[in-house]
Design a protein around this ligand. Structure first.
Ligand SMILES: [Zn+2]
Length: 472
């Protein structure tokens, strides 16, 4: 701490500091000293004020400071579908999500992705894990918002636009196009923006990746030393196709193609068998659990209690159509209670602390980034949110963690810092013009849906957009 640059420039004092450290310490009248992009110290306000008399003081009495949320699985661009597929039946993945992602242009993807970053910041999120497609066209637009990002191009070599017509056809040239985009992404974005932006290797899902594709992605992951991610057993259609093509479950198929390991985060696990769960646990695969999105058409079927009892590290994500991690915490705490395994924390499972861990420290572990993020501790990156506790929905406080998990909302998020920089302070987002972002996303959404309708005659425009066009 001798060097001038290591001297804290900011001291947040008087706060309730929810550290999420190994002992889950919560410090009353606590303080955090920030030096550049790092946390220099965490402790009692009096002590840190004496240690660092020259730092600017941010008086946070009546507020809580938490590590920023880590959204472990999201598709920012799919905000374009908000308010549509949630309320439909049928195959949303290949019926709408995939077709519209291909129909959009780079400007439209960028506009929606920036709206997602705006929503994420307002909800206290500091890290987004974004596997999608055409990522190089909008990654810079996300990075400019100041968010910490793990980006990936969701590789696939099945012709995904044919799947909604019941056809699985694997095509090497189609897969090569993905691989070109994967290489370009790693070249342009991996470990850039002072290390704030990193890349992962992503396979879209077992049904849309042949053994060749999985092998190519593995080679690239090894070459660049990247973690991996994939959707797993997310739909009956996927399970059926993998059985038909390979006579295996999705988890077995990944095992036989060297796609299981402690560097892999797999999303959903909805249709995993008991044997699958044991296999995934044995290989140290992490589960990206998206309870809110997975439950929009009825409670999520994944056997989360069984998965937890198998010792799997569970991390939380929002998946599609929202970036609201408070919603993931809330629904994640409720939806599998009563169907989960051994009882914990006063008779319920999961308890609020376990749910909050899934959005912070457990998520950092899954990204192999626990040395930098996931808790408020000296030496880690200064990624945090400041919550105003004088909000009616957070009072009275008996158990602050329970209040945050069950009743927290974006309205309490007052300030958000990523990498030592405020991206939102005192209720104002600093890293983008909110009005512009919202207007651009609205315009891009209408344009994308109309193009989708023109290019895919079998997909209907949502009624809201039809009315808008009829009444200019
Ligand atoms: Zn997903």
């Amino acid at each position: 701490m001798d060097a001038e640059k290591d001297q804290p420039n900011l001291l947040i004092t008087g706060a309730t500091v929810v550290t999420l450290d190994v002992e889950r310490n919560i410090i009353s009248d606590g303080a955090i000293a920030i030096a550049g992009d790092r946390i220099a110290a965490v402790g009692l306000s009096d002590e840190l004020r004496q240690r660092f008399p020259n730092a600017e003081i941010l008086d946070a009495r009546g507020k809580a400071v938490l590590p920023g949320f880590i959204n472990s699985h999201t598709h920012a661009v799919l905000l374009v579908l908000r308010g549509t597929v949630e309320d439909m039946s049928g195959d949303a993945i290949f019926g709408y999500m995939t077709p519209i992602s291909f129909a959009m242009n780079d400007d439209e993807r960028r506009a929606l992705a920036r709206l997602a970053c705006l929503e994420a910041i307002r909800c206290g999120t500091t890290t987004m894990v974004e596997p999608f497609r055409f990522i190089t066209g909008y990654a810079a637009g996300m990075a400019e918002t100041g968010m910490r990002l793990w980006l990936s191009e969701n590789g696939a070599d099945a012709l995904t636009l044919k799947i909604r017509h019941g056809i699985y056809e694997y095509d090497r040239a189609f897969g090569e196009e993905f691989l070109d985009r994967v290489r370009a992404m790693v070249d342009q974005f991996h470990d850039t923006h002072d290390g704030r932006v990193k890349c992962q290797m992503a396979a879209h899902a077992p049904d849309v990746c042949s053994p060749w594709m999985l092998g190519e992605l593995n080679d690239l992951a090894r070459k660049h030393g990247l973690t991996r991610t994939i959707h797993l057993a997310q739909s009956p259609g996927e399970v059926k196709q993998v059985r038909a093509a390979h006579d295996r479950t999705s988890a077995e198929y990944l095992r036989d193609n060297d796609w299981l390991g402690p560097d892999v985060v797999a999303a959903h696990w909805t249709f995993c068998t008991d044997d699958d769960i044991d296999l995934l646990a044995e290989h140290g695969v992490h589960m990206a659990h998206c309870p809110a999105n997975s439950s929009r058409r009825g409670p999520h079927l994944a056997r989360v209690g069984r998965i937890q009892d198998a010792g799997v590290n569970i991390v939380l994500g929002t998946d599609n159509m929202t970036e609201d991690m408070f919603q993931a915490l809330k629904i994640g705490s409720i939806i599998h209670r009563g169907r989960r395994g051994s009882e914990q924390e006063g008779g319920v499972n999961p308890g609020p602390q376990a749910v909050l861990d899934s959005a912070t420290r457990n998520a950092a572990h899954a990204l192999r980034a626990e040395a930098d993020i996931g808790s408020l501790e000296a030496g880690k990156k200064a990624d945090l949110m400041i919550l105003d506790l004088n909000q009616p929905n957070l009072r009275p406080i008996i158990n602050l963690v329970s209040n945050i998990v069950h009743y927290g909302s974006s309205s309490a998020v007052e300030s958000v810092m990523v990498d030592g920089r405020f991206v939102m302070r005192d209720g104002k987002v600093l890293s983008m013009n909110e009005d512009e972002v919202i207007a651009e996303a609205q315009e891009a959404t209408a344009a994308a849906w109309h193009r989708l309708k023109e290019t895919s005659g079998d997909i209907d425009l949502p009624a809201g957009l039809q009315r808008e066009r009829a009444q200019p």
